[in-house]
Design a binder for this molecule. Structure first.
Ligand SMILES: *Cc1c(COP(=O)(O)O)cnc(C)c1O
Length: 383
């Protein structure tokens, strides 16, 4: 059996090494390091893949979120609703811009933002909702867009963990996540489903005016060279990273399929074990189906019941089986984001999940014998 890794970026590189090497060396030979042709072609490639009018590449997924909020002209004091159970980047940029983060609880089954809690959190100051498509699965976008319409709110989809996944509306219409709200954002951090060899990110939108505004913001607020119309930032996807992404984007669907196959194998191997709950995929799917992309498994995250998560974690460490705890502390309990207006009773699910979740190794190169080995060990521990 190959050594089990949480993510296996070396094996993935080996399969595409020749193409990536040529593509990267080409950038060095042409010295087209900043905003070279590879960036433009990646922009087009991602626009085609997502079926969206505008992609604006930037330096990382955190910048993408910040720039999205700047692009929507959110102002200090505006309230932005987001999930309590996610990576801190989302709430961090809200606070950095002096906007007011309003964290809300998530759904126990999907780990995604709870729409009833969104409704309860809306005030006259609320300006935007930032759903995070956590672990590779879309939040309930139909309901979120309805709430946003009714209350005149912007929606920014944090798609950093779900690129390539699809959302199906009740009408049957299917679209890629990140293309539903006013703006979608993503990250190309190496371990994401579409990762580059360093940092990278992008924003997407179908709104021409917003796209124009964002293109200036990422470039020091310039719409004409050396004319600074708004306060901007310097946030670029560099040409070498774009060159890597141009090689990888045609493989994204096959990478996601490999993740889905691994997820299915995990769920099969874990289904008769008591004391744990395997992830639910899709609002309609009762299992991880072969024919849809409603979940692209950035993480395969299970819940360990009966207070055994930490002892299982220790057991897996002793066996050199890697795992992740995403996320061990809900954001509303993080020192930087404490707010006396929060009431612990409103965060029942995030408090519970932070004590129950464990994410198992997940990547496009995971093999069946590795999955079975991990599951046998979990079984023998919980038995
Ligand atoms: C990774 C991630 C980000 C941040 O992306 P970076 O490129 O690391 O800045 C933001 N939100 C979520 C949900 C993420 O998983």
């Amino acid at each position: 059996m190959k050594k089990i890794q949480m993510v296996d970026l070396q094996s993935q590189y080996k399969d595409i090494k020749e193409k990536v090497d040529v593509s990267v060396i080409n950038i060095m030979e042409n010295a087209s390091f900043i905003n070279g042709p590879s960036v433009k072609s990646f922009q087009k490639n991602l626009e085609n893949y997502l079926n969206i009018k505008h992609v604006i590449p930037c330096a990382n997924g955190t910048d993408a979120l910040q720039i999205a909020m700047m692009g929507l002209s959110l102002k200090p004091g505006d309230e932005v609703i987001t999930a309590d159970f996610t990576f801190a980047a989302t709430v961090e940029v809200i606070s950095l811009l002096n906007l007011t983060p309003v964290l809300v609880d998530v759904d126990l089954e999907t780990f995604n933002i709870d729409c009833d809690k969104i409704k309860k959190a809306i005030t006259s100051k609320t300006k935007a909702i930032v759903p995070v498509h956590l672990f590779g699965q879309s939040a309930n976008m139909e309901e979120i867009m309805k709430i946003a319409d009714e209350n005149n709110l912007f929606v920014i989809e944090d798609n950093a963990q779900a690129i390539g996944s699809e959302y199906e509306f009740s009408s049957g219409e299917k679209v890629k996540t990140g293309t539903i709200g006013n703006i979608g954002t993503t990250s190309f951090f190496p371990s994401k489903n579409l990762g580059c060899f360093g940092d990278g990110g992008a924003l997407f939108t179908n709104d021409d005016d917003l796209a124009h505004a964002i293109r200036g913001i990422v470039n020091h607020g310039m719409y004409k060279r050396y004319h600074h119309d708004v306060v901007g930032v310097n946030s670029r996807l560099d040409s070498i990273q774009a060159a890597v992404l141009n090689v990888k984007i045609p493989y994204l669907d096959s990478y996601n399929k490999a993740r889905q196959n691994a997820a299915r194998a995990y769920t099969d191997a874990l289904k008769n074990i008591e004391g744990l709950i395997t992830p639910k995929a899709g609002k309609k799917c009762t299992q991880i189906c072969e024919n849809c992309d409603c979940h692209v498994f950035h993480q395969y995250t299970i819940r360990i019941l009966n207070n055994k998560r930490d002892s299982l974690a220790k057991y897996l460490s002793d066996l050199n089986i890697p795992f992740g705890i995403y996320y061990p502390i809900p954001l509303h309990k993080q020192k930087a984001y404490l707010d006396s207006r929060y009431n612990e009773n409103d965060f029942f699910n995030t408090n519970l999940l932070s004590e129950q979740v464990i994410s198992l190794p997940m990547h496009s190169e995971l093999e069946l014998d590795q999955i079975n080995f991990i599951c046998e060990k979990i079984n023998s521990f919980l038995k």
